[in-house]
Design a protein around this ligand. Structure first.
Ligand SMILES: Cc1ncc(COP(=O)(O)O)c(C=O)c1O
Length: 402
């Protein structure tokens, strides 16, 4: 039987994989992007470094990628690094106010952002998000500022942007530097301006699951000459020139193979956005028949990647999110709980600080990421949505058994 016939074959809850039936998808459909750019284009870029025997330490592919990304984001500088994690660590160390320890960030965000902060030697201070955008709220961020605040993190959520101007305002009024984590928003514009030049700097990832696939990788964009120069030293052992170490060193350089892949992915980007849009439109059309779920819509007044698919389980959705996820996952639909648990809810080996986060406590229970990316076809989406309808329509029987 074909994958896609299996949903039609489900007549009662006994046919659900969680109760012993056959899963709809033998190969799981995930939330990872896994973009595969043109192979010949990847090889062509690889020739740049291969012919010159330059495999790392800022060879021709990295230099070209930095130039192309700086142009794409409309900024003076792009510095490429080994991954998004160390891009953020190094940027935090460069930008934090001296003698202070706290970094303000939302709690409803990327699972490892607090670890980034700990590696950089600071203490995360978690703040509340905005109920509608799910992004860091400027008011809540402002309320967290105290005499120990070193840095403010503007973290974009995975659908649309955070309130960039609101946060810039908080930063200006308080004198606390603002660093953006733009890992989930490379392509977006904010009020018509492409991200990349906001705050003191912005940090990105080139991980295979992200919009631009460099296998692994990251980059920082900024208009600040000194910052770009310093990040450039810090990614490469702190060396300036041959033998002089002028700063705390690290090995966080992007290698040439990864840069070549990222260049090929950058060439493919406009096409990828079109493919993402067709998946998003398919979800949008089909989910309209399930009013118990609310699709988080992209703000189409801006340029947007249409990459991530997030739904809210409204109060009328008849079973718990945990039960919904169990059923979906066992069918090969690798949906995930959106940023759950929130950062303040986790045990950590380092200190964290926060006040009342009751809105985050509520929101963290309500959202799901649905499969998206290059390995998810429109047919897969149809069957995922049919499965969601099946769960809703058989909720009593499912609820009684699960
Ligand atoms: C918002 C956010 N910031 C930072 C990172 C870290 O990026 P990388 O995986 O390249 O280290 C991620 C990765 O998932 C992320 O989602």
């Amino acid at each position: 039987m074909l994958d896609n016939e299996l949903i039609a074959a489900k007549r009662s809850v006994d046919d659900l994989a969680v109760f012993g039936g056959s899963p709809i998808f033998a190969r799981p459909r995930s939330t990872s992007n896994l973009v595969r750019p043109n192979f010949d284009s990847f090889l062509e870029y690889s020739r740049l470094f291969f012919n010159e025997h330059r495999y790392t330490n800022g060879g021709p592919a990295v230099q070209l990628l930095e130039k192309r990304l700086a142009d794409f984001h409309g900024v003076k500088h792009c510095v490429a690094l080994a991954n998004g994690f160390w891009t953020l660590v190094i940027a935090m160390r460069c930008l934090a106010l001296p003698g202070r320890r706290e970094v303000i960030m939302p709690s409803l965000t990327y699972r490892r952002l607090a670890d980034v902060t700990a590696w950089a030697g600071f203490t995360p201070r978690f703040c509340e998000v905005d109920e509608h955008s799910l992004a860091i709220s400027p008011d809540s961020a402002a309320a967290c500022i105290n005499s120990d605040t070193a840095l403010l993190m503007g973290v974009h959520p995975i659908v649309n942007c955070c309130d960039v101007h609101g946060l810039e305002d908080v930063s200006e009024r308080s004198g606390i530097p603002l660093l953006f984590d733009t890992v989930e928003s490379n392509y977006e514009t904010y009020l018509g301006v492409r991200v990349g030049g906001f705050g003191k700097a912005e940090c990105f990832s080139l991980h295979a699951s992200k919009l631009l696939n460099g296998f692994e990788g990251g980059y920082l964009t900024t208009n600040d000459d000194e910052l770009a120069e310093r990040v450039g030293y810090m990614r490469g052992f702190g060396f300036k020139g041959q033998d002089t170490v002028i700063d705390l060193g690290n090995n966080a350089k992007l290698n040439e193979v990864h840069a070549s892949m990222a260049l090929a992915a950058l060439d493919d980007l406009p096409d990828q956005v079109r493919r993402n849009e067709s998946r998003y439109r398919c979800y949008q059309r089909l989910l309209a028949d399930i009013p118990e779920l609310r699709l988080l819509e992209f703000d189409e007044r801006e340029e947007t990647s249409f990459k991530n698919i997030v739904v809210e389980l409204r109060d009328s959705w008849p079973i718990t999110r945990a039960a919904t996820l169990r059923i979906l996952n066992s069918e090969g639909v690798f949906a995930r709980a959106y940023y759950a648990p929130a950062l303040h809810q986790k045990k950590t080996s380092y200190e964290t600080r926060f006040g009342d986060l009751s809105l985050t406590d509520k929101l963290v229970e309500r959202f799901l990421n649905l499969p998206c990316g290059e390995l998810v076809s429109l047919n897969d989406i149809e069957h995922t949505v049919l499965l969601l309808k099946f769960i809703r329509d058989h909720a009593d029987a499912v609820g009684a058994r699960i």
